[in-house]
Unconditional design. Structure first.
Length: 208
């Protein structure tokens, strides 16, 4: 099995999805809302852009005219209120812009098929910028959701443990700090199967 390669753009703090977000297969996401927002570009310039936010724990996407027309076509409606709850399938396309070929984020011109093999939405750790992976029986999505609620941003297991360790050092010795992620100082699982199962259940509402 080949190791997952990391696009260089993932090492930078980009706030929105881009072609770099598509690592292998297409990415299927559910629209949560669409509205105009003030976006700050890499040069610091601010402008109003149409932004799509998703139900899944991923970055939002700046919606250009091309992609907006695609959503309108596949769902037969130009009204953004009707797009909420609808799924779109993202892919990376090579287009010509400013005299050269570049990668661009595009939407497939059809409704996503549930049986289609798709890439799991990659969620980057807010600290180390690497993709959050399954750990201790808990999926990447569960870990991201749990740490985002706790720390205000999604974190991988190792970075969450480091933050917990920092908090522990600041409290009195007699106070017992409960860690959020069951790993040791090297980021390696250090609990029994029963304890790991309890952690996984706790991030899933008790397994219900």
């Amino acid at each position: 099995m080949e190791p997952i390669k990391i696009h260089w753009k993932k090492l930078h703090s980009y706030e929105y999805l881009g072609a770099y977000s598509i690592e292998s297969a297409d990415l299927i996401l559910t629209i949560k809302g669409v509205k105009n927002e003030t976006v700050t570009g890499a040069d610091g310039k601010k402008e109003e852009c149409t932004v799509v936010r998703f139900v899944e724990p991923v970055k939002p996407m700046i919606l250009n005219v091309t992609n907006a027309k695609t959503i309108q076509k596949i769902y037969s409606t130009p009204y953004i209120d009707d797009w909420v709850g609808k799924k779109i399938q993202l892919y990376s396309a090579e287009i010509k812009a400013f005299g050269e070929l570049v990668d661009a984020l595009r939407i497939r011109p059809f409704k996503p098929k549930s049986v289609a093999p798709v890439q799991t939405a990659a969620i980057s750790c807010g600290d180390c910028k690497k993709n959050i992976t399954e750990f201790g029986g808990a999926s990447a999505e569960k870990i991201a959701g749990h740490t985002k609620k706790k720390y205000g941003m999604p974190l991988c297991a190792a970075c969450a443990q480091k933050r917990t360790g920092a908090v522990t050092e600041s409290v009195p010795a007699e106070t017992e700090e409960i860690t959020d992620i069951p790993v040791d100082s090297d980021g390696v699982v250090g609990l029994s199967e029963t304890e790991l199962k309890e952690f996984a259940d706790s991030t899933d509402g008790g397994g219900k």
